[in-house]
Design a protein around this ligand. Structure first.
Ligand SMILES: Cc1cc2nc3c(=O)[nH]c(=O)nc-3n(C[C@H](O)[C@H](O)[C@H](O)COP(=O)(O)O)c2cc1C
Length: 189
């Protein structure tokens, strides 16, 4: 399978099909892709806390949302405008809260999490699922997510990945990127 077209058509999903749940088999495939990601010294410092209870996900998002709105007041009313209950998890039917081990990943933690989450994002895309990486859940909901998922002291909750079928009524908009000539240089030696 050619990967580039998958990467080219992927975009973040903020409207999920509310009539569909995600099959456990597909969630497991996404997690499996995350499991196989490379990490510094092969420490594999991640743990994936999966929540599939759509009502609980809405509840968590609503509890976290006021913090986002306090910092970014223009987001007040955005949920209603977008037809979702909150602008944290956008009513995704599945969230994966990713934690990282504090001890054995200190130097490469930020890179390792990027690699495992990107593996999951691309796997989900090949399965016809939309995703959204969410940092607001850490920024404004660190304690809530840590308590809810019972994340142990030796781990730090870092990021949420929302997963779900894309609302078919929602057009997918691929955001622009810089040209390769702006970001890549062949170093002539
Ligand atoms: C580490 C990370 C954190 C992000 N956190 C949020 C977030 O909290 N809320 C949100 O709506 N989007 C979030 N995003 C999505 C970005 O806004 C989005 O990826 C970016 O604008 C590019 O758009 P695209 O994913 O559609 O290509 C995050 C993305 C990354 C990589």
């Amino acid at each position: 399978m050619d990967l580039l077209p998958i990467i080219q058509k992927r975009c973040s999903c903020r409207r999920y099909d509310q009539t569909r749940t995600v099959e456990r088999e597909l969630i497991d495939k996404v997690l499996e892709a995350g499991r196989l990601a490379p990490s510094g010294k092969n420490t594999q410092p991640w743990h994936f806390y999966v929540i599939t209870n759509a009502e609980k996900i809405k509840e968590l998002g609503k509890a976290i949302e006021p913090g986002v709105i306090k910092d970014v007041p223009k987001m007040a009313g955005a949920a209603a405008e977008k037809g979702v209950s909150n602008i944290v998890f956008y009513d995704a039917p599945v969230i994966v809260n990713v934690s990282m081990n504090k001890k054995n990943s200190i130097d490469t933690r930020q890179m390792d999490i990027g690699l495992t989450v990107e593996n999951m994002i691309l796997m989900a895309e090949t399965l016809g699922l939309g995703t959204l990486p969410v940092y607001n859940s850490k920024w404004y909901g660190q304690d809530l997510i840590t308590q809810t998922c019972k994340i142990p002291e030796e781990e730090e909750f870092m990021l949420t990945l929302c997963i779900g079928y894309i609302d078919p009524a929602q057009p997918r908009t691929v955001r622009p990127r810089k040209e390769l000539s702006q970001i890549a240089t062949y170093v002539d030696l």
